[in-house]
Design a protein around this ligand. Structure first.
Ligand code: FES
Ligand SMILES: [Fe+2]
Length: 385
């Protein structure tokens, strides 16, 4: 983040603390519950958000060297990314052209992939290079039966892929004005530390909602987050559908005794970037969390989430491994034991018919912006052409 932007943010947060307020929207917002429970809406969301758009699969560090590969099926589509000998990233459906088995699992480094079912072999460019009993498939030329390619983009240290073959989408349109700030973090230099996958009985948007206000810190997280962060103190800025919230660590008060030209505001905040609709990048002091949030199956009541933790240096020394493991364990404990149980209780209550909408206050502008953007995207997709 540019220093001038850091100073502006620091001053906004200090002002909010002094005046006991936060970034405010224009009006309260009534969010229909149907968008969390309706199977028809869930079906439209699958197409609009999880089939025809670029999905973020992680930072470039998921493919750290030539020969690296990584798989991902959170969207329900099995995807394989590879990095070739020239460092170029490729994307494929992780589906064998013989009878459809997944040719790769997890991640690693290889020279070629051997399908676990009948040992058809593919290279890093997706080419089918050999198959046992080749003559039995004589009418089916190997050249035409490589892995199905997907559109893939590596941009400013992030990996994006469109899960629908033959579909090309525009990363510039997707990121818009938020891309300059993402680029300023030099994400290409980060290293993958570890990942953790969670499944929950709550709509995927309720998981995103978890990140979108600091109003709950002093209540739900009074023993975990609140001693470290101010509650109900956040900035909010949007670039189209993408947006940023910044909340203040209590250490920010120390800036008042330092000249602005020497401020390092990044040490005193948590920066939450929502890359619309389902990727949340969290800038934390000395590491980055990347949350990948998806509906799980067609059921609007289920979601699956993967949290990746990336570090500015490789975690080689035991002391650093312990440090980042502690950070990962803490954030997983807080969401698993505090945020997500409340989210699951909300999802259950949605079916009770207690009300047909929930309410976002003027102190929760990011929630309003996120859900307005969701509604707008769905309505646009449904408009007759
Ligand atoms: S399914 Fe892959 S080799 Fe048969
Ligand atoms: Fe929370």
């Amino acid at each position: 983040m540019l220093h001038s932007e850091q100073v502006a943010l620091g001053n906004r947060l200090l002002k909010y603390i002094e005046t006991k307020t936060t970034a405010l929207g224009n009006a309260i917002y009534a969010q229909p519950i149907s968008e969390y429970v309706c199977e028809h809406i869930a079906e439209i969301e699958q197409q609009v958000f999880f089939r025809n758009q670029l999905l973020c699969l992680g930072l470039s560090a998921r493919l750290p060297r030539p020969g690296s590969f990584v798989t991902d099926s959170l969207s329900g589509i099995p995807i394989l990314l590879t990095r070739d000998a020239k460092n170029k990233v490729h994307g494929f459906l992780n589906v064998c052209r013989h009878r459809g088995a997944q040719i790769a699992r997890d991640c690693g480094t290889v020279k070629s992939f051997v399908c676990p079912y009948h040992a058809w072999r593919y290279d890093l460019l997706g080419k089918l290079i050999s198959r046992p009993q080749d003559t039995a498939f004589g009418e089916m030329p190997r050249e035409n039966h490589g892995l199905t390619p997907l559109t893939v983009v590596e941009r400013d240290g992030m990996l994006w892929v469109c899960p629908s073959p033959g579909q090309s989408t525009d990363i510039n349109k997707k990121l818009g004005g938020i891309s300059n700030e993402l680029a300023s973090y030099n994400l290409a230099s980060f290293h993958h530390f570890d990942s953790c996958t969670m499944r929950r009985r709550m709509n995927w948007k309720l998981i995103v909602d978890t990140f979108l206000e600091s109003y709950h810190f002093g209540v739900l997280h009074k023993d975990t987050i609140w001693p470290i962060f101010y509650d109900n103190i956040s900035t909010f800025d949007a670039w189209g559908s993408n947006f940023r919230l910044v909340s203040a660590r209590r250490t920010i008060d120390g800036l008042k005794s330092i000249n602005e030209s020497e401020w390092n505001v990044l040490e005193h905040i948590v920066g939450i970037y929502v890359l619309f609709p389902n990727t949340v990048l969290v800038w934390q002091l000395d590491h980055v969390e990347l949350w990948h949030i998806y509906p799980y199956t067609d059921d609007p009541n289920l979601s699956i989430v993967r949290l990746d933790l990336y570090t500015p240096q490789p975690a080689v020394a035991e002391k650093m491994k312990k440090h980042w493991k502690k950070n990962l364990d803490l954030v997983v404990k807080v969401v698993e034991e505090e945020d997500f149980p409340v989210g699951e209780s909300i999802q259950m209550g949605f079916h009770s018919r207690a009300q047909n909408h929930i309410t976002f206050g003027t102190n929760e502008p990011a929630l309003t912006h996120f859900h307005r953007s969701i509604t707008h995207a769905i309505q646009t997709a449904q408009k007759p052409t």
